[in-house]
Design a protein around this ligand. Structure first.
Ligand code: EPU
Length: 418
């Protein structure tokens, strides 16, 4: 299995262009299936999760073409027909659940193996099932496969018991095919919810309120394929910003929407990092040792759970005490024992990691257990003395396009070895 070998201690400097957002691109690809004719998605990241999505679409008879240089994905859903998706594909990623709702809306029946993705907690799908059921579908599980059928989908009012990005987007995708109006209460407000709504509206849908906690969808409109540019990946940007910060560097992330990075920028400033916003770029500079801070993950516009691990790695070297509380996933500190083996002083109690900043970390062999845990260990390796070997990098490559190459352009020394 391939690994990253990181020789730490290099100060990162320079600029890096941020790619399109993974968690927007995947539901956008699913959304293209609802429109007649070809859609073109620009700024689609070159990552394994997109490849897996294309493999699933291939099974459903959908033609896709990806230009990895231009980052352009063309989807022609003309041949789309319901078909069973193998477990090894649907189970490899989280976003496979969107294909359940899309097929249900188009064909009145659908089946998709239970979604997989990062092992960061239980990740139930009860809110998805609740919403689809409220729209008139019968949803059940059979041998690890989620199945749904509906003679008729009818718009209704749905209250989510918790804020779920996946359930909000999934329900939007089904509601555009339902008769009448659907109102989602306690909806997720993440920018990628807005991005999917914008694309569907450009295709002809009527979705109002995306970006607030109440979304109103008038269903049954004819949708026609469109061209759309995926919004920038805030988590990739946060990862590079923290890579700059942990190495006391001077890094500019380009092609970003600084507003979407608000909580990350605020927390870095609180830790004493200089952050300069300039149009569509953000520059991070560290001149003296950052100080410890408290961080709590929350749905947008709170601090993103997907940047929690990278932030913890950064704080492990900050002066004084920090505490990081993870409110979304019960098992998202699995990388901490590896940081501790590198010399960090971190104690996890329930949902909180208590950090006593140390002056140095030392490179040892470590293992990525999910995408962001992997990113955190890479960051720790950049700052550590000696060589850090990160295994389990298939997780990292699910969500980052050429992370080592792009860090190396900033002055890092990372080699991908077999
Ligand atoms: N939840 C439920 N029931 C549900 C749905 C969610 O209890 O039916 C819980 C989850 O267990 C979690 C919380 O609600 O505790 C939030 O989950 P959400 O549904 O918002 O997450 P998701 O849709 O499964 C997406 C991203 C994750 C990201 C979260 C939160 C995709 C493919 N995945 O997951 O991305 O952490 O939203 O922003 O969009 C990552 O990129 O590293 C990643 C894990």
């Amino acid at each position: 299995m391939p690994k990253y070998a990181i020789r730490g201690g290099r100060r990162l400097t320079g600029s890096v262009k941020i790619n399109g957002r993974k968690n927007a691109a995947l539901p956008l690809i699913a959304a293209t299936l609802l429109a007649e004719g070809t859609s073109v998605l620009e700024n689609v990241p070159r990552i394994r999760d997109v490849e897996i999505y294309r493999e699933m679409l291939d099974i459903l008879g959908v033609q896709t073409e990806y230009d990895p240089v231009e980052h352009r994905l063309t989807v022609n859903p003309e041949g789309l027909r319901p078909a069973p998706i193998p477990h090894h594909l649907a189970g490899a990623i989280r976003a496979s659940y969107y294909l359940l709702g899309v097929q249900l809306g188009l064909f009145g029946r659908a089946e998709v193996p239970l979604p997989g993705g990062d092992k960061i907690g239980q990740r139930p799908v009860d809110q998805h099932i609740k919403a689809l059921t409220a729209l008139g579908a019968e949803v059940w599980m059979e041998r690890g496969v989620l199945k749904a059928r509906a003679d008729r989908l009818r718009g209704t009012s749905i209250y989510f018991d918790l804020v779920s990005v996946g359930a909000t987007i999934h329900t939007m995708l089904v509601a555009v095919r339902a008769e009448g109006t659907t109102v989602l209460h306690n909806a997720a407000r993440e920018p990628h919810v807005v991005d999917v709504a914008n694309f569907l509206n450009a295709c002809g849908a009527q979705i109002h309120g995306a970006g607030t906690d109440t979304i109103r969808i008038r269903g049954g409109r004819f949708l026609e394929g469109r061209r759309h540019c995926v919004i920038p990946d805030d988590i990739e940007a946060a990862t590079f910003m923290l890579a700059g910060a942990i190495t006391w560097g001077d890094v500019r992330v380009e092609n970003v929407i600084p507003l979407h990075l608000g909580p990350v920028i605020a927390k870095l400033r609180e830790a004493g990092v200089e952050v300069e916003e300039n149009g569509d770029s953000v520059r991070v500079t560290v001149k003296r040792r950052p100080r410890g801070i408290p961080v709590t993950t929350l749905p947008y516009p709170g601090f993103p759970t997907d940047a929690q691990s990278q932030m913890t790695a950064f704080l492990s070297l900050a002066e004084g005490e920090s505490h990081v509380t993870e409110t979304l996933y019960e098992d998202r500190f699995r990388y901490v024992p590896d940081l501790v083996r590198m010399g960090a002083r971190i104690r996890v109690e329930g949902r909180t990691a208590w950090i006593q900043g140390v002056e140095r970390l030392t490179g040892v062999p470590v293992e990525a257990t999910d995408i962001r845990a992997g990113a955190a260990l890479v960051l720790a390796g950049l700052a550590a003395e000696g060589v850090t070997i990160v295994s389990g990098i298939e997780h990292v490559e699910r969500g980052y396009d050429d992370l080592p190459g792009r860090l190396n352009q900033l002055g890092a020394e990372i080699e991908r070895i077999d």
